[in-house]
Design a protein around this ligand. Sequence first.
Ligand code: MN
Ligand code: MN
Length: 465
Amino acid sequence: MAKEKSARQEKLFYERKNGYEIIDEKEKKAMEAYCRDYMRFLNGARTEREAVRDGIALAEKKGFKPYTAGMALKAGDKVYYSNRGKSLLLAVIGKQSLAEGATIAAAHVDSPRLDLKQVPVYEDNEICYFKTHYYGGIKKYQWLTIPLELHGVIVLKNGEKVEVCIGRDKSDPIFQISDLLPHLGREQMKKNANDFIKAEDMDLMVGTVPDKEDVKERVKLAVLDMLNQKYGIIEEDFLSAELCAVPANEVREVGFDRSLIAGYGHDDRVCAYAELAAILETEKPEKTAVCILADKEEIGSEGVSGMKSQAFERFMGDLCDGQNVKLAHCFANSFCVSADVTAAFDPIYADSYEKRNASFVNYGMGICKFTGHGGKYDSNDASAEVVSKLRTIFAANDVVWQLAELGKVDQGGGGTVAMYMAERDIDTIDAGVPVLSMHSPYETVAKFDCYMTFKGIKAVYADNK
Ligand code: MN
Ligand code: MN
């Protein structure tokens, strides 16, 4: 009988271990405490604006001050910059000059959702609906018959901003998209998942009671009347509104052992929170630590609040100006972890993964040398030197990590902000939490991987090489 494993194999083979075989009781306690805080954050921040709002509140408690151009800063100073309330940049000034580069972690706080159209309200057969336009990559059928909340802002003609959040409070109503009963679903069930529900049919039911006035569209009138009384808005105000429907589920522990967390928007608030928690614990780092919570990643990092925006140059350029450093020199010496989620191996759908290179739940932070699709198109593809740097940092700080490739070659693919950081001449690598059911209304992550991602980013901020 051949041995299970020889000493030479033990020495030569690359082997990963389940995280629970590695960590001790003390660390498990720290993991649980960290995850409790993360769950609270995720439950409350359902849009990029809310994540920025809550991120600022947490940062201010830790002594971060709003950054203003030309502000005098010294090592250890903590500042933040809110880009239009939709993305957030935080920095802790390092002991070294910015000419030596900054240590950057970049995550995003937007998640797939259903945006309201600009003319959303209509009535059909005495039911009032809001029309939606999906945002990001979703499987449309997953959004039928689930409870949905409405979040966002309405900016009135006079510039006044009305904040909307309906459904988060237990006493609030929720909203819903209907589906056909199985009894009548014979034709529908023959369709493929993509055509199962048309995007134009993903309309939210928002009211059914007709107004007392004897006119056409009485239900729509009654709904608009209610909105007018509550928010002071008229139908035209939807034109300058940014409202979205997001899942109304609670963030919950999953399984008898409570080892997993289900919630809406782990992608990518799980990495955003890890960065945030890490920079909030960073005191007087060697190099300036920078935390990015970006918007618009799910639709290609476009727009003023996306990672392609020059807002990042402006913030970093200002910091560099304060030290008489050229921004380009700072970038060339900087190091960035593009902290975004990756696909955890799912045994139920094993065929879509390549097991030797996949990431697994409970195996730690997932490092992706490349993302993209096909022949590595649209990928950052970090150099071996950059991967090695991260390996070294993680080894020195007991960070449990694993390799993570997003599915089989030619199976599909995905992107992150990594390539937009690399375009700036910044050494960048993707690393983050493996997720099950990614982009669904109720995604799942392992507590262990959340905690290790926090530990990993903290170690990167503390690195002095
Ligand atoms: Mn993501
Ligand atoms: Mn995504």
